[in-house]
Design a protein around this ligand. Structure first.
Ligand code: GDP
Length: 299
């Protein structure tokens, strides 16, 4: 709870700074409303949110004006409305087991770390977890995932650098089924610079999974780095196209001033947001409650 609020402090401070100096003690005129709308947009909260808050302020008959705290309270209400329907933790519910979670995202987004954090979360819920090192393009990615697997004590299926990712995934599902694993979490390559190849590779993995179980992959989780701000939104666009996306995890929300992008993403795409990353350690993946997060962002 405390970490959530301290994580979002820079985002919240930035919103405050952007609103500073806008307010007067007279009725809100169009110019002031424009300024407030603009402040919300440059705080990464998205144009929809900004327009709705503007509309509420315009309709609100604030004859004596409204101060920063008043606007923030309205913003918090609107954020809560946007986040409440999408705040949805990943549930392990697939039968037959294993539930297969494909994790996608660009390199550096925090994909590997998020996989380890998710594995840890499921272990804490007493599920059997296995990892598959499906990012065969980077030797470092395979190595790093192995280190995490050993650290948290879960089995991992991996192959050599440059190996066939779909083959590894096939082998992992086979082993997971044989050993009664509940959740198989699959790392994938994140080379957006070669969209065609990435698309082919993800499609091949999906084909292999689908042949083993038509409901698989059960989840396709896109990992997004909040510090990239509006860039995160274009990544949703691309990955929806290349891979199909069933839900999001946003990382690095600790310490960034761009946390508002979580709200913009929720509003624009309506995809479930399973958890947020608020630090580098294994415990730093959090489900969130819409009201609490709204107050962490808008004070
Ligand atoms: P990948 O290339 O997408 O697999 O990214 P990694 O998982 O290797 O993460 C890249 C860097 O981001 C590493 O230094 C991680 O420790 C860091 N990282 C990942 N998630 C978070 C987070 O939620 N907060 C912070 N502060 N750092 C994170």
């Amino acid at each position: 709870h405390k970490k959530l609020f301290s994580g979002f402090k820079r985002t919240s401070d930035r919103l405050g700074e952007n609103l500073t100096g806008i307010f007067t003690k007279s009725a809100l005129d169009d110019a002031t409303l424009d300024q407030i709308e603009e402040a919300l947009i440059i705080s990464d909260l998205g144009p929809g949110m900004a327009a709705r808050v503007r509309e509420r302020l315009a309709d609100g008959r604030y004859d004596k004006g409204i101060d920063e705290a008043g606007v923030k309270a309205l913003v918090a209400e609107e954020i809560e409305k946007v986040l409440a329907p999408v705040a949805r933790p990943l549930e392990v519910e697939a039968f037959p087991r294993p539930q297969v979670i494909l994790v996608i995202g660009v390199n550096g987004s925090g994909k590997t770390t998020t996989i380890a954090k998710l594995a840890h979360l499921f272990l804490e819920q007493d599920y059997g977890v296995m990892l598959a090192a499906g990012d065969t393009f980077r030797a470092a990615a395979i190595g790093q995932l192995k280190v995490w697997a050993e650290r948290i004590g879960v089995p991992i299926v991996s192959g050599p650098e440059g190996g066939d990712a779909a083959g590894i995934v096939y082998e992992a599902v086979k082993q997971a089924t044989e050993t009664g694993i509940d959740v198989l979490i699959v790392d994938t390559a994140g080379r957006l610079q070669n969209k065609r190849e990435l698309m082919d590779e993800l499609a091949k993995i999906r084909r292999v999974l689908g042949r083993l179980n038509p409901a698989s992959p059960h989840d396709v989780v896109l990992v997004l780095d909040a510090t990239t701000g509006q860039n995160a939104l274009s990544q949703i666009e691309v990955f929806k196209e290349v891979a199909g996306v069933t839900g999001l995890v946003m990382t690095k929300l600790d310490g960034t001033a761009r946390g508002g992008v979580l709200v913009a993403a929720a509003e624009k795409y309506g995809l479930p947001i399973h958890a947020i990353g608020v630090g580098e350690t294994i415990d730093d993946l959090r489900p969130f409650e819409a009201a609490e997060l709204a107050h962490a962002i808008a004070g």
